[in-house]
Design a protein around this ligand. Structure first.
Ligand code: AMP
Length: 407
């Protein structure tokens, strides 16, 4: 895939309209930015444009203001205004940040049209307009008037055909629309996994439900040599094969599907590996009594909440011999100390394989939280912040935000 990035563009004298992901968590009481990771993520692109001698108009969404209304049915502006981002952004950037209290009103256009080289303007939350999520053409055309050049640096919303992520690109010529650094990094690292000819390619999938990962497993069956399945989703497979799963998380309406996936893996010669043993608990609780059981013979009243030693050993052997590794979803309820070991050991195995030359990509909210928790984020090759977008990309879908620029 060929795509243009900010790196090869000279922004001197240009106004760049940049779609960033400033959908940051806010403190519930003070509305202060509680985690500035996403703001930091946008800095390299903004700095590049400014250092070329360009001006930057930033646009983003924050939460879902038209869906999460106040109790009286009105829009909660205080909770959803991007004004909360102005100060932390200005501090991180070391540049004053102007703010427009609307993204398409007269004030916003007055501010963006008078913006000088080296200046930064942040527009108010795009999602105060229903036209944003609808991908409305008129709204997109108005947004486009804020810039001579369009830059998309918001991978997290690339799977949505919204006005600011996709439709707005129609109003710029091919030379004047491109990816920011963050977006380009996400796409090239995902492509490294998906298009690699190096083998073995191992996908490690976990998390709660198999139903969330069906399309992902199906697509990976065409690409991976090994698929390791842990987490709650493993028990639907064990039950489907006639195993006893006690009170473990099982999706009874997906038993047939689980059998089909096992069959497909055999047909395609993919090694689909399940965890032979589990750490079982008598309740879903951090202080539950725990024990070890074979994953297909879990006693009545007990539930599997983590993979146990034999499974960790099996998975580790496969991971250590892999050249390409994709990890999405924890191996157990890693939020509770008693059930974190499987996830931690798998994270360590991925780190060790990476150290020996494998390329590893970790993505999806909970596995990212896990590598952060175990302080292994800098020991894997790439941590994707994409969430839903990353999942859809690995499902083999064409993301509208990427297509709008890469064609
Ligand atoms: P997902 O969002 O589908 O990746 O699921 C992540 C969640 O799955 C985490 O909050 C884990 O606590 C949970 N999870 C992992 N393993 C299990 C399990 N064996 N039983 C119940 N929940 C689990």
């Amino acid at each position: 895939m060929n795509f243009k990035t900010v790196d090869s563009y000279n922004f001197s004298g240009k106004r760049a309209l940049v779609r960033v992901d400033f959908n940051v968590p806010l403190d519930k009481k003070t509305f202060a930015v509680a985690d500035d990771t996403r703001i930091r993520g946008a800095l390299p692109t903004i700095k590049k444009i400014l250092s070329d001698g360009g001006a930057v108009v930033l646009m983003s969404h924050l939460g879902r203001p038209l869906k999460k209304l106040k109790e009286d049915g009105t829009v909660d502006f205080e909770k959803h205004t991007l004004k909360h981002v102005v100060k932390p952004l200005a501090v991180l950037l070391g540049v004053e940040v102007k703010f427009a209290t609307d993204c398409v009103g007269d004030e916003a256009f007055a501010l963006s049209s008078s913006l000088k080289a080296g200046e930064v303007l942040l527009l108010e939350n795009l999602r105060f307009y229903k036209e944003e999520e609808k991908g409305d053409a008129g709204f997109s055309e108005k947004l486009a008037k804020h810039g001579d050049v369009y830059v998309n640096d918001a991978f997290g919303t690339a799977h949505r055909a919204h006005a600011s992520t996709t439709i707005v690109a129609n109003y710029f010529t091919a030379e004047n629309k491109m990816f920011g650094y963050l977006m380009a990094d996400e796409v090239s690292n995902a492509n490294k996994v998906l298009n690699s000819t190096e083998k073995p390619f191992t996908a490690i999938l976990g998390g709660a439900k198999v139903s969330d990962k069906i399309l992902l497993i199906e697509n990976l069956l065409n690409k991976a040599d090994n698929i390791l399945i842990g987490g709650g989703m493993a028990y639907t497979f064990f039950k489907a094969m006639g195993g006893k799963t006690g009170n473990s998380l099982v999706e009874d309406d997906k038993l047939e599907l689980a059998l089909q996936l096992i069959e497909k893996a055999q047909e395609k010669n993919v090694n689909l590996l399940l965890p032979v043993d589990s750490v079982v608990a008598d309740k879903f609780d951090a202080d539950a009594n725990s024990s070890i059981a074979d994953s297909n013979a879990i006693p009545d009243g007990w539930m599997g909440l983590d993979i146990a030693a034999k499974a960790v050993y099996d998975f580790t052997q496969v991971i250590l011999s892999s050249k390409i590794i994709l990890w999405n979803g924890p191996m157990g309820v890693f939020e509770m100390e008693k059930f974190q070991n499987g996830t931690k050991e798998i994270a360590k195995a991925i780190a060790a394989a990476t150290d020996s030359g494998a390329f590893s990509l970790v993505g999806g909210g909970d596995s990212v939280a896990a590598v952060n928790k175990f302080q292994l984020a800098d020991k894997v090759s790439y941590v994707s912040t994409g969430g839903g977008a990353m999942l859809e990309y690995f499902e083999g879908k064409e993301l509208p935000g990427i297509k709008a620029i890469a064609g």
